[in-house]
Ligand binder design. Structure first.
Ligand code: HEM
Length: 420
């Protein structure tokens, strides 16, 4: 979805398939265009073996099979018997308790996963999200009221990050005073490989501990005095006949605030940059907001694919599109690459709010771990873009995006803009 830098495109095209290596930091610094590398892989080696990046304090990983074609990503996501999550959802093998601490139900298989998911599901169903529609719209409207007084500002801080932060914090019952800390810590968790947010593994652990402390305080309060919020639901729910332990609750809390904050914001920001690059799409969308918004929101998620990948592990010897896979092998689903598979999406690099059908895999592919917050994210994108297009016609980008350095999240940290 981003404008591809010609040098980065050229450099990536010059790399033969045997030399494509995602441990090469130039990919994540955007000196090599990842979409070109994915294109080469899709055409020449759709199920290819990749090395793992070496991490301080962790043993070298064995490598993984990377999937870049739509059909393969979809098939593996849906076959949870053969490709499980409990052995890790990120490429490196984090020690069991650390993996679960950061991943919560992302690092679980059924039946435990199903039971955990049922506790929170209710708050994210289309019906529940419809109930909070007005509230999301009001929040989006008050964000626009605020930016109208600012002149020049960062689109990410003032608009794209503000809405998801406020919504998830209120859903969880997090007091206003803790919102800045939540934002700072979730930036570190998702941006752990970017020097603006973190410089060591300790920074990541400290951010997680700070979030846990916030979680613990609210949890204790809600245990004593339940309210109508997600924390109260979590604290009073029973899983396997037990209440969640403090550690289980803390990791659930971290997952929800991180996932609730850091994804929608990047989708919204990529979209604004894209509309700046192609004003005809902005004009089309503005010409009939009711008509185009649902399609535009899907195209935003397809084109931006903020969550670049998740991992599965094979539970038995099997094969993917003819490639033998051994029990215990890691398999990585490159959602962004699948979302640009020309076998499914015509002219896939084009941002097209009229694209139809648009069965993208930006929220996953319908397996048991399909994004819990998809309805909420759609609703938030709808609310914020309705406000931007109706009330901020003069909002324009004034500089290049400052991208997040990460193989996991395709993010934009800053995007300068002003209201004309
Ligand atoms: C544009 C925004 C978003 C994108 C692109 C996105 C993407 C994803 C993806 C790709 C997955 C994994 C799917 C799989 O492995 O099959 C996922 C899981 C998840 N997402 Fe989202 N997400 C977004 C917004 C949200 C929001 C707003 C929340 C709210 C809390 C959320 C909560 C979660 C949770 C809890 C999971 C784990 C579900 C499970 O393991 O059962 N996401 N998301």
């Amino acid at each position: 979805m981003v404008l591809q830098h010609p040098d980065a495109v050229r450099a990536a095209r010059a790399i033969p398939v045997d030399q494509i290596d995602f441990t090469d930091d130039r990919v994540w610094r955007r000196e090599l265009d990842r979409w070109e590398l994915f294109r080469t892989l899709r055409e020449e080696r759709p199920v290819g073996f990749q090395r793992e990046t070496k991490l301080d304090r962790f043993p070298d990983g064995p490598g993984y099979w990377g999937l870049v074609r739509y059909d393969d990503v979809r098939a593996v996501s849906r076959d949870h018997e053969t490709f499980c999550n409990a052995q890790g959802y990120l490429i490196p093998d984090l020690p069991g308790e650390i993996g679960e601490f950061f991943g919560s139900m992302l690092q679980m298989d059924s039946p435990r996963h199903t039971r955990m998911r049922l506790i929170v599901n209710r708050s994210f169903t289309p019906r529940h999200v419809a109930r909070i529609e007005n509230y999301v719209d009001e929040k989006a409207s008050s964000i626009v009221d605020r930016v109208l007084t600012l002149g020049e500002f960062d689109f990410v801080d003032e608009i794209a990050a503000a809405l998801p932060l406020e919504i998830i914090c209120e859903m969880m019952g997090i007091p206003l005073s803790a919102w800045p800390a939540v934002q700072r810590c979730t930036n570190v968790v998702m941006g752990a490989t970017d020097s603006e947010y973190a410089s060591s593994f300790d920074d990541l652990l400290n951010a997680a501990l700070e979030l846990s402390a916030i979680a613990e305080e609210i949890a204790n309060e809600r245990l004593a005095n339940p309210l109508d919020d997600l924390t109260s639901a979590l604290m009073h729910a029973e899983v396997d006949g037990h209440r969640l332990t403090a550690a289980e609750y803390a990791s659930f809390f971290i997952l929800l605030v991180v996932a609730g904050n850091e994804t929608t914001r990047n989708a919204a920001t990529h979209a604004f940059w894209q509309l700046a690059l192609d004003p005809s799409q902005r004009a089309l969308w503005s010409s009939d907001i009711d008509r185009y918004t649902a399609g535009a929101v899907e195209e935003i998620v397809r084109g931006s694919s903020p969550v670049q990948h998740f991992r599965r592990t094979a539970t038995r010897d099997t094969e993917i599109s003819g490639q033998p896979i051994k029990k215990g092998d890691k398999v990585v689903l490159w959602f962004g690459a699948a979302n640009r598979d020309p076998a499914v999406f015509a002219d896939p690099d084009r941002f097209d709010i009229e694209r139809t059908p648009n069965d993208h895999l930006g929220f996953g592919a319908g397996g048991p771990h399909f994004c819990l917050g998809a309805n909420l994210a759609r609703r938030e994108l709808r609310a914020i873009y309705t406000q931007i297009l109706t009330r901020l016609g003069g909002l324009e980008v004034t500089g290049e995006p400052d991208y997040l350095h990460s193989a996991f999240v395709d993010g934009i940290k800053h995007l300068p803009c002003r209201v004309r």
